[in-house]
Design a protein around this ligand. Structure first.
Ligand SMILES: Cc1cc2nc3c(=O)[nH]c(=O)nc-3n(C[C@H](O)[C@H](O)[C@H](O)COP(=O)(O)OP(=O)(O)OC[C@H]3O[C@@H](n4cnc5c(N)ncnc54)[C@H](O)[C@@H]3O)c2cc1C
Length: 552
């Protein structure tokens, strides 16, 4: 028999470690303790079972202790909770939930893959409050929905990725949902103008979205919100975030990082010899700040589980820092991000340049092209890509992944223009949206064009700038930024006399014609800047901000 490896936690990180260990070492003894009744289940699919999108509950249960024993000779013990660790003696103490007996288990190497727990932000009450983290949670929610029927009402607390998935799936079941979100907008990893279409889609589906709103108190079945209203929902889904499970590690004297997660090195070693930790319980390294960060994502948990297995098997393996690349789909709108947002960069006082574009998923002459909005944040000195957000329909996943790969590979923003990407009209454009971002970045870097952001427009105008809308008269009439002068692009060269002296801000619908106008005017000596992302970005930002202003 080879080494004995004990793993605590039998889902994403734990099971990746266990199966990789077996593939590398047929002689190892591998024991997995999982406190719950299921192992290796699809927690990312749980919301879709609630909504009936995944109809077969068994589809969520990817493996069982028996299947893992048969294929991988892994000794998986469900309903076994590890109560404490003695790193000196290399022993864990385990409570068998079936028998109620407590016993010790020795190890040569220990892997903690204990995940995170839902942060409880709703006080215990007479009405059912559930998080959405486990199979038991969705069983409970499904039970409530079966009893409450199609007229049920729910309060979802938290407008992050899981909260929004909960909202969508409850609406699919006919539930009337109030969404309370602490931050000024849903999906707070995105910037406000990028999250605006998601909020609009939620409202269009009848979801009562309350931003900058928290639960203040629960009295019996009545919930009082910080906006002064009270509700009496049939149930509450608390999706207000997660906290890393660190009690075991803390009690065993393992070092925690500044963010509160278990501190590990780049090979997931904790501060105790022969103890590793992976997954949501662990502090990751943020790729931009190179500091500790809590990033709870399945890909990282799985990958780091594999890293640990490699290291224990004698390989020299290390993790890359994390960008937090993630994606969600809500009512047909896909939102994805990687790296830092503009808000984060502002808060850190880090210089950046923002670029917004609004391309289509593929060539517009080919049927089915869907719009998307892309935002990329760029270091003005080095041209490094600091972050990206993509929101829209088809093709969002591809673009965020290409940009995430570019970031990991050190491709600069301008370098995006040189990426050779697969193209046929069904899939993209000869100048793919990612290439287009690169062209804009190149123009800004070279000074060929200058831009201002939607949130800088008011200040610019107060300082005397004149706003010129270069869209067609019909477009201008259909919706315009108040106070703008409409000088359509194709007539611009003949209308130069109508342009006043001083700074000019030009804009079109999405930024492209504005760029052409800016080139025409700057070559004629005007002091001109283009409104980045055009009317579309301004409208999304302004509408979101006015909504925030009226909802606080
Ligand atoms: C509803 C939902 C949707 C999600 N969607 C996505 C998504 O689309 N994309 C994405 O990247 N990520 C998603 N995630 C996050 C992803 O699931 C997690 O990042 C990932 O599961 C973390 O893996 P882990 O191994 O650290 O923890 P987990 O997978 O949570 O496993 C930890 C396990 O450890 C067990 N455990 C804890 N303490 C003990 C103990 N003392 N003894 C024994 N067992 C113990 C727990 O019971 C648990 O089963 C989602 C999560 C949820 C809940």
């Amino acid at each position: 028999m080879g080494k004995k490896i004990v793993i605590v936690g039998g889902v994403a990180g734990g099971m990746s470690a266990a199966t990789r260990l077996r593939r590398l070492d047929e002689t190892a003894e591998i024991v997995v303790f999982e406190q719950g009744p299921y192992v290796s289940y699809a927690n990312c699919g749980l919301p879709y079972y609630v909504g009936g999108v995944i109809a077969d509950r068994d589809a969520l249960l990817l493996q069982t202790p028996d299947s893992l024993a048969a294929r991988f000779r892994v000794d998986v013990r469900v309903r076994h909770q590890v109560l404490d660790i003695d790193p000196d003696r290399r022993v864990v103490s385990v409570l068998d939930g079936g028998t109620g007996r407590r016993g010790d288990e020795g190890y040569d190497e220990l892997i903690l893959a204990v995940g995170a727990s839902a942060r409880a932000s709703v006080p215990a009450a007479d009405l059912p409050v559930h998080s959405l983290r486990t199979v038991q949670d969705v069983d409970a929610l499904a039970g409530i929905l079966d009893v409450a029927g199609p007229t049920a009402t729910a309060l979802v607390v938290g407008g992050g990725f899981i909260g929004l998935e909960a909202v969508e799936n409850l609406v699919l079941r006919g539930v009337r949902v109030v969404l309370a979100q602490r931050s000024p907008h849903v999906l707070s990893p995105l910037d406000v103008e990028m999250a605006a279409p998601i909020e609009a889609a939620l409202r269009a589906q009848g979801v009562d979205v309350r931003t900058s709103t928290t639960v203040e108190a629960v009295d019996g079945r009545t919930v009082r919100l910080s906006d002064g209203t009270t509700l009496q929902p049939d149930f509450v889904v608390d999706a207000s975030g997660v906290v890393p499970n660190v009690e075991l590690a803390r009690a065993a004297g393992l070092r925690l990082g500044p963010t509160g997660g278990i501190a590990v090195d780049e090979s997931n070693r904790t501060s105790a010899a022969h103890v590793f930790a992976v997954g949501d319980g662990v502090e990751k390294v943020d790729a931009l700040s190179e500091e500790g960060a809590l990033i709870a994502l399945a890909g990282l948990a799985n990958r780091h589980g594999r890293t640990v297995a490699d290291v224990i098997s004698g390989r020299d393996e290390a993790n890359s820092p994390a960008f937090g690349t993630s994606i969600v789909k809500v009512f047909g709108i896909i939102a994805a991000r990687t790296g830092w947002s503009e808000r984060q960069l502002q808060a850190a006082g880090r210089p950046y340049r923002a670029i917004h574009t609004h391309p289509f998923s593929h060539a517009t002459y080919y049927p089915g092209a869907q719009p998307m909005s892309i935002k990329v944040l760029v270091d003005p000195e080095s041209d490094a890509i600091l972050g990206a957000q993509v929101v829209g329909g088809d093709g969002v996943d591809k673009r965020i992944d290409v940009i995430a790969v570019a970031m990991a590979g050190g491709v600069t923003a301008t370098g995006l223009s040189r990426l050779e990407l697969a193209y046929a009209p069904q899939f993209g454009s000869a100048k793919d949206p990612v290439n287009q971002i690169g062209y804009v970045a190149d123009n800004l870097r070279a000074g060929t064009t200058r831009s201002i952001q939607w949130h800088e427009l008011d200040d610019a105008r107060e300082a005397g700038a004149v706003l010129v809308d270069v869209r067609s008269v019909a477009e201008h009439r259909a919706g315009a930024i108040p106070g703008s002068i409409n000088l359509p692009l194709d007539e611009l060269r003949d209308l130069l006399d109508e342009i006043p002296e001083g700074r000019i801000v030009v804009h079109c619908q999405v930024g492209q014609r504005g760029h052409v106008a800016a080139r025409i005017l700057s070559q004629r000596g005007f002091d001109v800047v283009n409104l980045d992302g055009g009317y579309r970005t301004w409208r999304d930002g302004a509408s979101a901000v006015s909504h925030v202003a009226t909802s606080v």
